[in-house]
Write a new protein. Structure first.
Length: 93
């Protein structure tokens, strides 16, 4: 995992695309204004499956990162001599 964020993609139904295109033509909306209309009219319940998969992917990524961090800490602590470990513990008190 390279840590880069994937952009959120929203799949629109053909009907939604037709409505938005009609809106854009009717009101001569710029791309930015069209995006604002899309955001205001976004209904999560219409895209529940995609949102759930995105949330799962984010959770899975965070869980994997936590496991990797835990492994790094364990490896670091295992690399310390008993004296270094004792010094580290006493410095944290």
């Amino acid at each position: 995992m390279d840590g880069s964020k994937k952009p959120f993609t929203l799949r629109l139904s053909d009907e939604s695309i037709k409505r938005l295109s009609a809106l854009a033509l009717t009101y001569s909306l710029s791309k930015q204004n069209l995006l604002s209309v899309m955001i205001r009219n976004f209904r999560p319940e219409d895209h529940l499956e995609e949102l759930q998969s995105l949330m799962y992917a984010k959770y899975k990524t965070a869980d994997q990162k936590a496991k990797e961090d835990e492994l790094k800490i364990k490896q670091y602590l295992d690399s310390l001599s008993p004296e270094q470990l004792a010094e580290l513990i006493s410095s944290k008190r």
